[in-house]
Design a protein around this ligand. Structure first.
Ligand code: KG4
Ligand code: ZN
Length: 347
């Protein structure tokens, strides 16, 4: 039996969780910084790490209190060691190292994306292995063959922007605020998805690579055209909704088609959609249609487990602890690091 305190601080969300035996989440606390970064329309790394310093101790204390667990009961301390913003990562890594040393328990260094994939194994009905893991978040758009949590193979990823970045940048351009993925999702429900024929990047090319930067630019150009044609020089609300719906149709179509290709190419019969974009209603709907068509099983974890959280880090750490994949106390943080590389403690 293992009781793990997990810390996630790789970007703008700060999270702590208490996880028992890899699957039972006793507490999961997330401290969001959306309000801090909203005025800038994107994450400001320096502000993110400073705020993590401010909130880490109370966030960990809140997780322990909520779980009704004392520090002495912990079997290990886990943290996200990468990839992410280096300043943000260092706050969690430094704290986890110090606490593991103080308690005399092992330190476990977890890869953030392995964490996202592990969210499919948390909750009431975990998805059985092997599965296709599609990470669609603000930072990443990657397809993985997940044989076990310890054996993940990258099959394809975006060449440029992540899908979440495209949603956020479109939202910013259309004046919908930050982070705007959810706002685009909501506006799209009131718009026409077939009004603008936006490009479907990488759909004609074979393979599993993706790209979202051109699509985002196409939306910005169309918005500029509409503004120039309007007497007030501004976008009318129906135009904003149609732009959102048409953009979303293009982005979702590409994601669904790449998932289809990956499922067919690998022969995998299960699909997990994880990361913040898994909250998108249209994406869920189209992925569910794809699953029905192919007769495969799907899992869309609850939103709280899809967006950045520490429970998913604890889930990965449990298996690593059992396998003896423990990190040294001079562990560093890594802004870029491939999946699997934190398992040796350091790459
Ligand atoms: O996984 P996440 O919390 O953070 C990263 O690890 O990046 O994902 C956040 C991303 C943001 O880009 C946000 O705009 C997007 O997920 N997002 C959505 C929706 N809810 C969150 N995008 C589209 N539709 C949504 N409903
Ligand atoms: Zn993430």
């Amino acid at each position: 039996m293992a009781l793990i305190l997990a810390i996630e601080s790789s970007c703008d969300d700060l999270a702590a969780a208490i996880v028992r035996d890899g699957g039972e989440v006793l507490a999961s606390v997330v401290q969001s910084q959306d309000k801090i970064h909203a005025p800038y329309g994107g994450v400001v790394p320096e502000l993110a790490s400073r705020d993590h310093v401010r909130h880490l101790h109370p966030t960990v204390a809140a997780a322990l209190a909520r779980a009704g667990v004392g520090l002495e009961a912990l079997d290990a301390v886990a943290c996200t060691a990468g990839p992410g913003l280096i300043g943000s990562l260092l706050v969690g890594v430094s704290f986890a190292k110090a606490l593991a040393w103080r308690l005399g328990v092992p330190l476990v260094a977890v890869h953030h994306i392995e964490g996202h994939l592990a969210s499919a194994r948390l909750g009431e009905q975990p998805l059985a292995f092997p599965f296709l893991g599609f990470v669609v978040s603000g930072g990443h758009t990657q397809l993985f063959r997940v044989t076990t949590l310890a054996e993940v193979e990258l099959l394809g990823e975006t060449r440029d922007d992540s899908a979440g970045e495209a949603f956020d940048k479109v939202a910013k351009r259309l004046g919908l605020g930050y982070p705007g993925g959810r706002e685009v999702d909501l506006a799209a429900r009131r718009g026409r998805g077939d009004r603008f024929a936006f490009p479907r990047p990488m759909l004609r090319e074979p393979g599993l690579e993706l790209s979202f930067s051109g699509l985002k630019t196409a939306v910005a150009l169309e918005a500029a055209k509409l503004e120039a044609a309007s007497p007030a020089g501004k976008l009318a609300e129906p135009d904003v909704c149609d732009l959102c719906a048409s953009f979303q149709e293009a982005a979702v179509e590409v994601l669904v088609e790449k998932a289809r290709r990956a499922l067919v190419a690998t022969g995998l019969r299960r699909l997990a959609l994880v990361g913040g974009l898994a909250a998108n209603a249209r994406l869920r709907e189209r992925m569910a249609e794809l699953a029905a068509e192919l007769g495969i099983e799907t899992l869309f974890p609850p939103i709280a487990l899809c967006t950045d959280n520490a429970a998913m880090i604890g889930a990965v750490a449990d298996g690593m602890l059992r396998a003896g994949e423990v990190a040294p106390l001079d562990l560093e943080a890594f802004s870029r690091i491939p999946a699997g590389a934190t398992r040796a403690g350091a790459p």
